[in-house]
Design a protein around this ligand. Structure first.
Ligand code: HEC
Length: 169
């Protein structure tokens, strides 16, 4: 083998590998979603966000032993800054995910029962607050927007009409 064909091989081999990969990617790439599929996805998310809204404003017995709802301290879910998580929280002296902070509030200010992080309820609270933050820049770790909630000692949720999913149960 002469020097020329050796160096040709050196260049051609990676090119062939890239071409094979590209073809494989093309073959396995997901087709664009159909309108019907998009509707299912949108409906499911909206349903989860609505359930989260109801949980945020309603006082659920298992979520609090003092009748408090999230909204009593965080009248607007936007105040809880999901776009800044994961971040260091002084309460626990460690970096926490948003859902862990939600559980911290359920267990501490509300005196309620911790939720499984993969439960439909926890996902609903996330759906609601993240939904409000669509388009907001992710600023993981940002401390300056951390908002201290007011600290009422008792309440009965908020006077809002629930959507019917997960409200006051
Ligand atoms: C009695 C008042 C009270 C209630 C009720 C309450 N929280 Fe909080 N929440 C706080 C306080 C106090 C903090 C800590 C603020 C700080 O560290 O500066 C906080 C912080 C948070 C944060 C972090 C906010 C940030 O910007 O870092 C999240 C997320 C949160 N709460 C979610 C919830 C959710 C969800 C509920 C309902 C399940 C809830 N909270 C109920 C008082 C409350």
């Amino acid at each position: 083998m002469n020097i020329q064909s050796k160096s040709l091989r050196r260049y051609v081999a990676p090119l062939v590998a890239i071409a094979v990969l590209a073809t494989a990617t093309l073959v396995t790439a997901r087709e664009p979603f159909t309108k019907a599929e998009l509707k299912v996805a949108d409906d499911k998310l909206t349903q989860s966000a609505k359930r989260g809204y109801d949980m945020w404003y309603g006082a659920r017995a298992d979520m609090a032993n003092n009748g408090l709802a999230c909204a009593n301290c965080h009248p607007d879910a936007a105040a809880t800054n999901p776009q800044t998580f994961p971040k260091y929280m002084p309460q626990t002296d460690r970096v926490m995910a948003y859902r862990e902070m939600v559980n911290w509030c359920i267990q501490n200010p509300q005196g309620g029962k911790e939720m499984a992080s993969d439960s439909a309820d926890m996902v609903a609270l996330e759906s609601y607050s993240y939904y409000l933050h669509r388009g907001v820049t992710i600023q993981t770790g940002l401390q300056t927007r951390q908002t201290a909630g007011p600290t009422p000692t008792t309440a009965r949720g908020m006077n809002v009409k629930g959507t019917g999913i997960g409200f006051d149960k």
